[in-house]
Design a protein around this ligand. Structure first.
Ligand SMILES: *Cc1c(COP(=O)(O)O)cnc(C)c1O
Length: 350
């Protein structure tokens, strides 16, 4: 009954096998390995972007911070949601890697930026010339931090506004696969066809040991990315082990299968929780994350039975009235089983 996060899951056997296969003989280092040639070709094919720059890093924070740095000058603003990972969970890496760009926060339900909010914010920006931070870029997260999914049309609505002001657009896709299978569109439709310039293409939350790809649709930015990655200490020397994970992830569409499993588990869990007495969802379940309120007594039973998940927000207490609802985040992964969910729901029902 482990619902703390999808990055707590083990690595699928296909990925471990690929690592073992890559662990033979010698290979060129620093991304010049032949497995990486295949990864680059496959990602370009998947995204229908034959020119795209494709580079690997080991963390989502590095992917995001380096991607932003390539597009946003130090004196400009990154427009993002107040709940975004770049704001809440990256310890200032975006500010650090951009050399001081300012995150300007927007509110909106389900961690999505409403187009009107972006329009209003951009309309008010840069009104006093040299004295204030300039408009820099847009960053959105799909799947959002609240488990919701932007459709390609919703992405386009935001990027069109940004584009009118000449701003490039980033997508934090730590859970890109979950968003894609939920929206039922192609990788191209979700990204460059919807106005995205650079994507952090997540692997770790969806089963890899630790690899994310940065996909830059304008190849002219590729060299700058490479320099920034090296300078930032994120160019792996034994790179073949990153490449091998990503190759296995893409092979036979494993990445989509893993996300479908995680999303299906999310759906079952969400329906089960909704049916509990006194429970309600905080956000619609559109991928593999369930945000819900349910009575404290059920949380106590879950804790006693060893279930793992986070209170959301975290500063809530099991001490207090039984019926009072407490809010929680529960995340399913590619290996969450129906039995895990059934047991968890039985414990919650009491
Ligand atoms: C997990 C996550 C990341 C990446 O986090 P790292 O811990 O740096 O790998 C980025 N964005 C979102 C939305 C995430 O959930």
């Amino acid at each position: 009954m482990y619902f703390a996060s999808d990055n707590s899951s083990p690595v699928p056997p296909q990925v471990m096998d690929a690592l073992a296969r890559a662990n033979e003989g010698y290979a060129k280092s620093y991304g010049a390995d032949p497995i990486m040639d295949g990864v680059r070709a496959r990602i370009r094919e998947l995204f229908e972007a034959p020119e795209a720059a494709v580079h690997l890093v080991a963390t989502g924070t590095a992917a995001n911070a380096l991607a932003l740095a390539c597009f946003c000058p130090p004196w400009a603003a990154v427009y993002c949601h107040a709940m975004s990972h770049i704001e809440e969970d990256e310890c200032g890496a975006p500010e650090f890697y951009t050399g001081g760009a300012k995150l300007v926060l927007l509110d909106g339900a389900d961690a999505k930026i409403p187009p009107e909010a972006l329009e209003r914010k951009l309309g008010h920006a840069a009104s006093v010339g040299v004295h204030n931070v300039q408009r820099g870029m847009l960053s959105i997260t799909n799947t959002t931090e609240a488990g919701a999914v932007y459709s390609p049309a919703e992405v386009t609505a935001l990027t069109e506004i940004a584009r009118r002001y000449g701003l490039p657009c980033h997508m934090d896709g730590a859970r890109f696969a979950n968003a894609l299978v939920s929206a039922g569109c192609t990788p191209a439709e979700m990204t460059w066809k919807a106005g995205i310039d650079v994507l952090s293409f997540g692997g770790t939350k969806n089963g890899l040991m630790g690899v994310e790809a940065v996909v830059i649709f304008d190849p002219a930015k590729s060299w700058e990315f490479e320099l920034r990655r090296k300078r930032g200490g994120h160019l792996f020397s034994k790179h073949r082990y990153l490449s091998a994970q990503m190759a296995a992830y893409l092979d036979g569409d494993l990445w989509l299968d893993l996300a479908k499993r995680a999303n299906a588990a999310g759906r079952v869990l969400s329906e089960g929780i909704t049916a509990l007495p006194g429970a309600r969802l905080l956000h619609p379940t559109q991928a593999n994350m369930v945000f819900a309120a349910f009575p404290r007594a059920a949380h106590r039973r879950a804790r006693d039975a060893g279930a793992a998940y986070y209170f959301w927000p975290m500063d809530q207490s099991l001490d207090g009235p039984d019926e009072e609802p407490l809010t929680a985040r529960m995340v399913c992964s590619w290996c969450t089983t129906d039995e895990d969910i059934a047991r968890f729901l039985a414990v919650l029902r009491g």
